[in-house]
Design a protein around this ligand. Structure first.
Ligand SMILES: NC(=O)c1ccc[n+]([C@@H]2O[C@H](COP(=O)([O-])OP(=O)(O)OC[C@H]3O[C@@H](n4cnc5c(N)ncnc54)[C@H](OP(=O)(O)O)[C@@H]3O)[C@@H](O)[C@H]2O)c1
Length: 352
């Protein structure tokens, strides 16, 4: 079958190839074979192509090269494995895929049925593909770690940092739909206007001064930037509130120090974070991690069909031009998501 493959570590043009003879996967117990229509570019794929996360991914059994990239997909169920009850061939689904499994940027992918849900009926495959991995990341941070969600957010003050990307543009919409008052930070006038249109107010351009000095008293701050921003963002949180960061040191530290020492150093960082947050007025600083989850994707599909979630598709590339799509993400300034069209009209895209 047609598939993209990552063949090594380095620049996109040198390390991404399109092959036509990748082995066709077969669904086993509890799995779906999905004919992929579209997928999206996620930072993990681009960074992993440069060696990021190799230690933990190696332990998860995902260290082999070449490998198929892609962390999410929208497509049609082609076949089901034994013991699958919720889906039938012909169903349109969306799914996110653990990095421990083969990626979604291929004509076909096998996903656990528990990680898939019926795709929203109101979105095209291209629009829907912008959602699963980014939205599950936003959900894990806002709901799993931030304590927000339907019925628990009305009137809450929420700030999203680095909000013009895949996660931020969805996190804004989730929090707004749940009744929170949402502030956002980004870079550039175009991004400011796009985030205002999603319902964020105020939206601060970090090129015009440090937003962490201008925003204060938030119940939940979601950090998608990391580094110094995480440290400075604590002052934005009200006493007793939470700073949730998606940027954790676990993968960089295990890459640098090896697994045991890297995990120990990560635990020490986590402890230091908790102490630092505690001595700044009972604020909590917590780490969030994305997790594939078909149940949450079902809820997100309902939100999309109610008009509460509108994907921002920045650019669309055919699978054959995946290397250009990675290079475009690396250049920065993308507002929303880059989507990869795998099989327009159900046919696999051919290179050239
Ligand atoms: N912990 C987890 O399980 C997990 C899961 C998913 C993602 N992540 C991480 O979360 C981060 C965000 O993911 P994403 O998919 O949203 O990435 P993305 O689409 O690339 O978006 C990142 C956004 O942050 C903006 N940004 C960076 N520095 C900024 C600054 N100083 N001020 C304002 N905006 C800034 C970027 O703007 P520019 O384009 O202008 O640079 C971009 O709009 C990534 O680092 C990703 O690896 C973690």
């Amino acid at each position: 079958m047609l598939a993209a493959e990552i063949t090594g570590c380095g620049d996109p043009a040198r390390t991404i190839r399109i092959v036509e003879d990748a082995p066709m996967p077969r669904p086993r117990v509890g799995e779906l074979l999905v004919r992929v229509e579209a997928s999206s570019v996620n930072p993990l794929d681009c960074r992993r192509r440069r060696g990021y996360g190799r230690t933990v991914l190696g332990v998860m059994g995902a260290g082999r090269i070449p490998y198929i990239p892609g962390r999410d997909c929208v497509g049609v169920v082609e076949a089901i494995g034994p013991a699958v009850r919720r889906f039938r061939p012909g169903d349109r689904v969306w799914a996110a895929q653990s990095p421990a499994r083969p990626g979604t940027q291929a004509a076909y992918v096998v996903v656990p049925a528990t990680d898939a849900a019926p795709a929203p009926t109101s979105l095209s495959a291209i629009e829907a593909a912008a959602v699963p991995y980014a939205a599950l990341s936003a959900w894990s941070a806002l709901v799993g770690r931030g304590g927000l969600g339907p019925g628990r957010s009305a009137g809450k003050r929420v700030a999203i940092l680095g909000a013009a990307g895949g996660i931020g543009t969805i996190a804004i919409q989730l929090a707004v739909a749940w009744g929170a008052k949402v502030a956002a930070t980004c870079r550039g006038a175009g991004a400011v206007a796009a985030l205002q249109a999603l319902g964020a107010d105020p939206v601060l351009d970090s090129g015009q001064g440090d937003p962490c000095l201008r925003l204060a008293g938030y119940d939940v701050v979601l950090d998608t930037i990391g580094g110094e921003t995480t440290t400075r963002a604590l002052r934005m949180v009200r006493p007793g509130g939470r700073l949730v960061t998606l940027i954790t040191p676990v993968l960089p530290l295990t890459d640098r120090l090896g697994l045991p020492a890297g995990l120990a150093a990560s635990a020490a960082c986590g402890l230091a974070d908790r102490v630092r947050a505690g001595i700044t007025g009972g604020r909590r600083l917590v780490w969030a991690f994305v997790r594939p989850d078909g149940r949450v994707l079902g809820t997100l599909a309902e939100m999309a069909d109610r008009g509460e979630l509108r994907p921002l598709v920045a650019e669309i590339y055919p699978l054959a031009r995946l290397a250009e799509a990675h290079a475009r993400w690396e250049a920065g300034g993308v507002i929303g998501k880059i989507v990869i069209e795998v099989s327009p009209g159900g046919r696999a895209t051919r290179p050239g």
